[in-house]
Design a protein around this ligand. Structure first.
Ligand code: HEC
Ligand code: HEC
Length: 202
């Protein structure tokens, strides 16, 4: 119990200060999940739209991201501020078990309150891409329903603000990924809003 309290306080400190100092995250998976839930919510449905839902996210993708945070390979500002410390002490086997847990939870329900014009424009980009801006159809990799596959993330039902932040980070090369950078390098801010609204609604 003592370890949990310490870890939760450390999590709260990160929230308050966005400190880079590695909080003391315990290694035992059940306790680890309790720490993660402070931000990613009960059953992987996060409360702040800047914290991604983890419920039903694909397991292999979760494993890769956690190792990338731990090894400082995913280095966009929120990754550094929130996740470098959290993943810093996780072993490969704990990562495997935590990823199994979150991937098995029921998928987020989707936020149906999005703006109709943005939804329509976002659906068009997701299904067909934007030929004039060399943006490919997202569905080609992320699947017709946005569920992704083993290594490709689920996007359906993810928070709109989180999605938009990631797309900006890929576009501006803060979150370094050659595939996603090439996909969205020419996309506009409004197109990012459209596509994020659509995906959040699924
Ligand atoms: C203090 C809040 C906080 C805590 C506690 C926290 N996270 Fe995070 N997590 C974040 C934020 C913020 C992001 C988004 C980072 C970004 O924008 O790049 C994130 C991103 C992630 C991602 C990437 C998801 C994706 O779709 O790419 C995974 C996986 C993750 N966290 C797992 C965990 C696990 C496992 C724990 C517990 C060991 C944990 N997090 C604890 C705030 C937190
Ligand atoms: C060629 C395959 C491919 C295409 C096409 C593609 N993606 Fe991706 N996408 C990926 C891969 C692979 C990742 C994981 C990158 C990583 O590991 O950081 C990803 C990651 C993402 C993420 C991060 C999700 C998270 O949970 O952090 C978002 C958002 C995203 N893609 C949106 C899009 C959108 C919008 C489009 C269409 C404009 C698109 N993708 C087209 C392969 C693709």
């Amino acid at each position: 119990m003592k370890r949990i309290t310490v870890a939760l306080l450390a999590g709260a400190a990160v929230l308050g200060t966005q400190a880079n100092a590695a909080p003391k995250v315990p290694r035992e998976p059940r306790t680890v999940v309790q720490v993660c839930s402070q931000c990613h919510g009960d059953r992987g449905l996060s409360t702040s739209p800047l914290f991604p839902n983890l419920a039903a996210q694909n397991k292999q993708y979760l494993v890769t991201q956690l190792k990338d945070f731990r090894d400082h390979k995913r280095g966009d500002p929120h990754a550094q501020a929130y996740m470098w410390g959290m993943a810093g002490r996780l072993t490969d086997s704990v990562i495997e078990r935590v990823a199994t847990y979150f991937s098995a939870l029921p998928a987020p329900p989707g936020d149906k309150t999005q703006n109709a014009a943005e939804l329509a424009a976002g659906k068009e980009i997701f299904e067909k891409g934007i030929a004039s801006e060399q943006v490919p159809a997202c569905a080609a990799c992320h699947g017709a329903t946005g569920a992704g596959s083993a290594t490709i993330p689920r996007l359906a039902g993810q928070h709109r603000e989180y999605l938009a932040t990631q797309l900006l980070a890929f576009r501006d090369n803060e979150r370094r990924n050659n595939i996603m950078h090439a996909n969205v390098v020419h996309i506009t801010d409004q197109q990012i809003r459209d596509i994020s609204a659509y995906l959040a609604s699924l």
